[in-house]
Ligand binder design. Structure first.
Ligand code: ATP
Length: 357
């Protein structure tokens, strides 16, 4: 069992505070992804959990025990690095047994663990090979195998797929997910790739500038982003943000866009009359109306992806993207009329970035 909790965690390098008072928990057997742009502090946080980086302030708790001062090798947590860190002069078997030999584990037990891990990772036929004789995906699996043989309580993975080409990444992502289901151990997975986080994780921790912006399951993060940062970071193409004002009167609520265009909202919409807002709508939730019906936009680029049409244009200095499932003939310079599905819209306070709901 491995429950991990960080409590009021702060990290400074010199005078610079990198992580600002983070608190959250990771449940036993959960796969949690830490996701955020480069430099937001994901790796530093992971290294602190692993014991590779000192805690400046706060606590790291593993199964109700504060482990701030427990040495890395005594933590029962295994880390898999982006670079794999395989020994080139050792066979796959020797690479995988390395940490067990260091621990002076009996040979028979070493063998049992390596057989088991190799089978889990479909490496049984490659145990006598050297890393240079393996493909990228196989090397990645050996790196995973080295962690697996330790039978740790939790795995920490730092961008483990980033050295693989796009196709292999997708394949390994599915394999990792399946591996997690078979192993049933706690995993913390760092990535800057929101698609990877969405497809792999039970829960996602969205980080930005050393803060946690939101924690939730992939569907909650996607359907109920807490603020404009999360809304724009998760989902591709990114959510459209249309500036406007929230209006209410006579029991009605609506958004007033520039040019006087009005869009009625459900009467349950909260927020004060006159609030400056960003109306957030995902590209798949904008439809096209007939001429004069909706928000006018001039088309700039039309891209056909095979499955859908991606339409790009500008409105109020903002780039807008619309995904169309039905084929239709559209050209640059055409004017289209945007009809957002208001039931799927998000209203953000422009000043604070917070979701009004
Ligand atoms: P990436 O996805 O690019 O790896 P990240 O989110 O993992 O980014 P970190 O590597 O944790 O970010 O770095 C967070 C911040 O801490 C960065 O501004 C980085 O420059 C700084 N930093 C990391 N390690 C050190 C260090 N040893 N000394 C000083 N500053 C550091």
């Amino acid at each position: 069992m491995a429950q991990i909790e960080v409590r009021n965690l702060i990290k400074t390098f010199g005078d610079v505070e990198i992580l600002h008072n983070l608190s959250f928990g990771i449940a036993d057997k959960e796969l949690v992804a830490l996701v955020g742009p480069s430099g937001c502090g994901k790796t530093t946080l992971l290294r602190m959990i692993a014991g590779l980086e000192e805690v400046t302030q706060g606590e790291i708790v593993l199964d109700d025990k504060v482990i701030n001062h427990v040495r890395e090798k005594d933590r029962d947590i295994a880390m898999v690095f982006q670079s794999y860190a395989l020994y080139p002069h050792m066979t796959v078997y020797a690479n995988m047994s390395f940490s067990l030999r260091m621990r002076k584990m009996p040979k028979a037990e070493q063998q049992r663990r390596i057989r088991w891990a190799a089978e889990m990772l479909e490496l049984s036929d490659y145990l006598d090979r050297y890393p240079r004789q393996l493909s990228g995906g196989q090397r990645q699996r050996v790196a995973m195998g080295r962690a697996l043989v330790r039978e740790p309580a939790a795995f920490l993975l730092d961008e483990p797929l980033s050295n693989l080409d796009a196709q292999l990444r997708v394949q390994m992502r599915t394999e990792l997910r399946a591996l997690h289901q078979r192993l049933k151990t706690t995993m913390v997975y760092v990535t800057h790739d929101q698609v990877e986080a969405m497809t792999l994780a039970d829960r996602i921790v969205v980080m930005h500038g050393g803060h946690v912006e939101q924690i939730g399951s992939p569907d909650v993060i996607y359907d109920h982003p807490a603020n404009t940062f999360v809304a724009k970071f998760i989902g591709s193409p990114t959510m459209n943000m249309l500036p406007g004002h929230l209006r209410r009167g006579d029991g009605k609520v609506w958004v007033e866009f520039t040019g006087g265009v009005r869009l009625d909202l459900p009467s349950t919409q909260v927020g004060e009359d006159g609030t400056e807002i960003l109306f957030g709508i995902r590209p798949e939730n904008v439809h096209l109306g007939s001429e004069g019906d909706g928000l006018p936009m001039t088309v700039e680029v039309v891209e056909f992806t095979g499955r859908e049409i991606e339409l790009f244009g500008m409105r109020d200095g903002e780039r807008i993207c619309v995904l169309l499932r039905e084929r239709q003939r559209l050209n640059p310079e055409d004017t289209v009329w945007l009809k957002p599905d208001v039931a799927r819209a998000h209203l953000f306070n422009k000043a604070t970035g917070r979701n009004l709901n």
